[in-house]
Design a protein around this ligand. Structure first.
Ligand code: AMP
Ligand code: GLY
Length: 431
């Protein structure tokens, strides 16, 4: 089979690495990919947003399955376009991608199907929004309706901060038309974790739980990022929490959508706030998480391509995933300055010292290959905010964590930054 993977991050590298192990696969393309994927797939110089070019490429090359990494092409209707022409593609259509691309739509679905989530109100008028803030008090959460690269959510601790957030989103239009409407939500407390599922619109096949680290600095300080590291499983997701998430969140959503005539196919990710073993939905994503995927994929023993084919064809009822029971800790190495401005083109040293080490995985993200690299070895340069993901598997979280950090000790680039506390929250739990 020929597979096309769309995207360029650590998530796409991890998917490519796993897909390459499938006996069903002869050839993998990655569009546009990164420095790392150029060694394990064939990179194609087409941006993830260029749906026309991707469609033509898949048709001309006879691609058997296209796997979409990021949300933007899903929201823009790539699945609809491919499916109309009979091309197999993994992901939901544009209408259902609104579970991520419109927070208002997601909240309306949650309300309709009785899914536990924070209380909320929707506003398209900043004056009314501010009146509501005065009435509700703080803390309170302000969210842009549309996609905002993970930056459209402000958890406000003061009335002033909350009203400023309304101004930034609705009046200054920091996120463009994504801020035409906002949601104002009650502030939930607890611990966050993620559960991802494969679904064909009828059956649900869950993945192991995981936990992201969104803030840039240790102890959850500093601004939100795309994710600075993850571990799996998330001990806060006990069996009881997992069970509730299936029965109260995923099943009512998938069944409710289907009864309304919407068949959701692909990956569905629920970001949860968990308190006293009660899960509440903070957000849905309609794709694999990044960096959650990099902490989950090393644990997957089953053939990922087979599961994806079953998802697309409606045959998930026959699928049972097998997992490595060990702990996985994944640390993200970033360019200094990220998530604000940062420099690119720095030489990355030491990757060869880590390569081939047992149960340690280097998943490339913002890297590229230097033009003048020598025959003796590939020279990688930094080429993005999140540069590399170093994941390690071990029988305890403590061991997985030290393995990942010991590997990182070998790697260097100018202004390299990473969190030193990825996995700390899981250290007191046995798997
Ligand atoms: P979201 O993109 O909706 O998941 O929001 C981004 C982050 O904001 C989440 O990971 C939480 O840390 C925080 N957040 C979102 N909604 C709430 C809420 N209702 N209460 C408390 N924190 C929230
Ligand atoms: N790590 C959060 C996300 O993928 O949205």
């Amino acid at each position: 089979m020929k597979i096309l993977i769309i995207g360029s991050g650590g998530r796409e590298y991890a998917l490519a690495w796993k897909i390459k192990q499938s006996p069903l696969v002869d050839k993998i393309y990655c569009a546009p990919g990164n420095g790392g994927t150029s060694l394990i797939t064939e990179n194609i110089n087409i941006e993830a947003s260029d749906i026309n070019a991707l469609f033509n490429f898949a048709g001309n090359k006879g691609i058997d399955l296209t796997v979409v990494g990021p949300e933007a092409p899903l929201a823009a209707g790539i699945v609809d376009r491919f499916e109309r022409a009979g091309l197999k593609i993994f992901g939901p259509n544009a209408e259902l991608a609104r579970l991520e691309s419109s927070k208002v739509f997601a909240k309306e679905m949650m309300r309709k199907f009785g899914i536990p989530t924070a209380g909320f109100a929707v506003f398209d008028d900043p004056v009314e929004a501010k009146e509501y803030i005065d009435k509700k008090g703080v803390p309170i959460v302000i969210k842009a309706d549309g996609l905002a690269a993970g930056k459209g959510v402000i958890v406000a601790e003061s009335i002033e901060e909350a009203k400023n957030a309304v101004n930034t989103i609705m009046i200054d239009k920091k996120f463009g038309s994504s801020g035409d409407r906002i949601i104002i939500e009650d502030c939930l407390t607890g611990e966050e974790a993620s559960i991802l599922i494969f679904t064909d619109g009828v059956n649900i096949v869950p993945l192991v739980s995981s936990q992201d680290h969104k803030r840039v600095f240790d102890n959850d300080k500093g601004p939100n990022t795309g994710g600075m590291g993850a571990y799996s499983p998330a001990p806060i997701v006990t069996e009881a929490v997992f069970d509730k998430a299936m029965k109260r969140i995923f099943m009512p959503l998938i069944d409710g959508l289907r009864n309304d005539g919407f068949v959701y196919k692909g990956m569905l990710y629920a970001g949860l706030m968990i308190k006293d073993e009660e899960p509440y939905v903070l957000e849905f994503n309609v794709r694999f998480g990044d960096p959650e995927t990099q902490a989950i994929i090393p644990k997957l023993k089953s053939d990922l391509v087979q599961v994806m084919l079953n998802t697309v064809s409606g045959g998930l009822g026959r699928v049972n995933l097998e997992w490595d029971k060990r702990a996985c800790v994944c640390v993200v190495l970033t360019s200094g300055g990220y998530p604000a401005s940062y420099e690119k083109g720095r030489i990355i040293e030491g990757l060869d010292k880590v390569k081939g080490t047992d149960d340690i995985f280097i998943f490339h993200a913002g890297t590229k290959i230097a033009d003048n690299h020598s025959a003796s070895g590939t020279q990688f340069l930094t080429n993005g905010g999140r540069v590399l993901n170093i994941a390690a598997l071990a029988s305890t979280f403590k061991e997985a964590q030290s393995k990942a950090y010991r590997a990182i000790d070998n790697i260097k680039f100018d202004k390299m930054h990473y969190r030193k506390d990825i996995g700390d929250k899981a250290l007191n739990f046995n798997i």
